[in-house]
Ligand binder design. Structure first.
Ligand code: ASP
Ligand code: MG
Length: 405
């Protein structure tokens, strides 16, 4: 018998009616002859409510106790869904992460799964039960409750699918799949029927927040077929799988964007060995993540050094850089926190030249100035002024023929 893992996010479980609808969907899959494991998130808003409760007691909650608190959200939904299933005469049983031995490291609030013992779940499945497992949580080697980071239920679902050798891991959410661009910006964005793990990672890390990035990495590592579908309407959703499963990979799968970027430039940096590390080390030490890095060709033994960071880190990075600039005798530090990054993503571009030139021409025709460019095997990104975000995304979506019209 094949096993299917379902995962439901908070909005899919937000009310009693929605929980009933989820139960119906689970029963339907069971009726099709599959075994079903269901992984659930907390009800929508619940994790945030618990976080603010903690904050009302202390500004610095103990990481261990915060995880004890946050893990309760999912304990509520496993019980409610299991009750709903039983009420509909479907035999089911609920388990917390600890009860099914989802073993993690001890990094509270961002723990990683190290092992899952599946015997208990397998026994229940063999007895014909639906097994409902709390997402987002596990236990460390000392039995302390841990959580996996925001959106971590996706990772629980993929990990369960891997451990149980499931046929597919279905992530039911409030969108009906992954789109060629953000549908709020591009009206004729299309739902993709499939894309590769690598493409999904690029789309996810660039702000198409459908899935937790770690879940996609996990699925890619173990070749788990992941499907994103709507829990509110019927439809095939989007399958995320390995490249050779996709019949005819498109040249370009989608246009992703990230609107929370900022860039900083150190001007007049002495052009000598060790300078890049001198500039970036203090940034890394301050836990600031750096994305693009550009260094110019040196002229008269001096050069400019530019990099991008998350907009929230802009002020902090600027302070650090001003100090570094003095230390290394650079001329000045300038910055811009009103920038955005748009990326054209597709595994097909590996074998096609000309993607970059199509991008540059399309943006030039719209008089959109490109401030930075970076490329990888399956993506070309440009940094542009914030005010061109929407027109930039629409222009590139059109330039690569991703819409219907
Ligand atoms: N409830 C947790 C959160 O809101 C985990 C999840 O939803 O996946 O981040
Ligand atoms: Mg989620």
């Amino acid at each position: 018998m094949t096993l299917i893992v379902h995962k439901y996010g908070g909005t899919s479980l937000g009310t009693a009616e929605r929980i009933q609808a989820v139960a119906e969907r689970v029963i339907e899959t069971k009726k099709q002859g599959h075994q079903v494991v269901v992984v659930v998130s907390a009800m929508s808003g619940e994790t945030n409510r618990l976080l603010s409760l903690a904050e009302s007691v202390t500004k610095t909650p103990s990481p261990r106790e915060l995880d004890v608190l946050l893990s309760t959200g999912e304990q509520v939904t496993i019980a409610l869904l299991t009750m709903a299933l039983k009420e509909k005469k479907c035999d089911a049983v609920s388990y917390t992460g600890g009860q099914v031995c989802i073993q993690t490291d001890s990094a509270h609030s961002k723990a990683r799964i190290t092992n899952i013992e599946v015997e208990r779940v397998q026994k229940e499945l063999q007895q014909g039960k639906v097994v409902v497992v709390a997402g987002f949580q596990g236990v460390d080697e000392h039995g302390n409750i841990t959580t996996l980071g925001r959106g971590g239920s996706d990772t629980t679902a993929v990990a369960m699918a891997t451990a149980l050798n499931a046929k597919e891991c279905r992530i039911y959410t409030d969108v009906d799949g992954v789109y060629t661009a953000d549908p709020r910006i591009v009206k004729n964005a299309q739902r993709l029927s499939s894309l590769t793990y690598e493409e999904m990672l690029e789309m996810a890390s660039l702000g198409s927040k459908v899935l937790q990035t770690r879940a996609v990495e996990f699925a890619g590592k173990y070749n788990i077929n992941l499907r994103v579908l709507s829990s509110f309407e019927e439809g095939p959703g989007t399958l995320i799988t390995k490249e050779d499963e996709i019949m005819e990979a498109a040249l370009i799968s989608g246009i992703a964007h990230n609107s929370d970027e900022a860039k900083l430039t150190v001007i007049g940096v002495p052009d000598k060995p060790g300078i890049a590390s001198h500039i970036l080390n203090p940034i890394a030490e301050a836990n600031i993540e750096v994305d693009m890095i550009v260094q110019n060709v040196g002229l008269n033994n001096s050069t400019d050094f530019t990099f991008t960071v998350h907009r929230n880190d802009y002020g902090k990075a600027m302070l650090i850089l001003k100090k570094t600039a003095k230390d290394i005798n650079a001329t000045d530090v300038i910055g811009d926190n009103k920038i955005v990054k748009i990326s054209v993503v597709g595994v097909g571009m590996r074998s096609h030249a000309g993607v970059a030139s199509t991008i540059f021409k399309a943006l030039a025709d719209k008089k959109i100035n490109i401030k930075m460019i970076s490329t990888s095997e399956i993506k070309v990104s440009v940094v542009i002024d914030e005010k061109y975000l929407e027109s930039g995304v629409r222009t590139l979506h059109m330039a690569f023929g991703l819409g219907t019209e």
